[in-house]
Design a protein around this ligand. Sequence first.
Ligand code: AMP
Ligand code: MG
Length: 333
Amino acid sequence: MTKIITADNIDEAALCIKNGGTVVFPTETVYGLGADALNDEAVRSIFTAKGRPADNPLIVHIAHIEDVYKLTSFRSEDAKKLMDAFFPGCLTLIMKKSDLVGGVVTAGLDTVAIRMPSNPIAHELIKKSGCFIAAPSANLSGSPSPTVARHVIDDMNGRVDYIIDGGASEVGLESTVVDVSGDVPEILRPGKITYEELKEVVPNIVINKGILKETDKPKSPGMKYKHYAPKADVTVVMGSKENVRKYIESRITDNVGVLTYKGGTYNGAYVINAGDSMEEYANGLFYNLRLFDEHGVNTVYAEFADEGGIGLAVKNRLFKSAGHKTVDADIIK
Ligand code: AMP
Ligand code: MG
């Protein structure tokens, strides 16, 4: 039985984590499915609840910056600069793990992923449990990450001990993952904190080449799996505004959904506006993908324009949700 609570009852959820149970909690990125990171059995129950492959490591969430020293054996100068600049917040750092960290949460790697969330409910839960909390996104493996409690309940009711309803996620996309275990910091997964922002702090940072490609052997194990996909079949359409519109209009039949960017109506389709900026697109992306399923559409055309910044993260998630099915409407009419 899953108990659905609010932050008013956070004490019982914290106790649940301490006793080896599972709790879904809000963070500023998306909802996370948490358990005691140092309890292998508890961590295994996260993998089971999600149906997540065991070779895909989890992020360990901390409440105090000093905890990084307990969980890691080596911290580079770049790691320290990035922690100073972006902890707490939407940045996950990969560092060499200490002996305290077991092999289940890291999927057998010698590195550990660490994030310090800024969401006050997440912070309280970690602090009150007295644990480090391992937490991937609280969706069934392969589905869009949940950004409201309703979507968590759709996927996780009956599979976890507690769900804390903390309203809508502020950011709506997962953290930026940066590997600082080697000589050169490398972005393994783009997110809210952009390449441009990171480069100001660590100018030598690079972007992993696998981010926008389909690949079997990414450096971040999770990037190889089918991800973020709604039940509907998604196609990303890019090109001039006019050609994108013509392309999509010519393909509208029954049960077609359109995710428009910067306005636009399509007669005969179920239309959702992704917003007027890439920040808005990012914020609503997972929510909107799930809305198409709730509405019963079976094909979605998503307008997209490459605009840099957080647009790289939107592109990464959207391309994956489409299984890399993209169309250049300036070429294909
Ligand atoms: P999720 O928590 O589901 O949003 O996914 C966490 C992401 O971080 C996945 O893509 C993982 O593969 C990645 N990750 C976690 N730990 C490591 C690690 N030690 N090395 C590389 N990537 C990691
Ligand atoms: Mg996830």
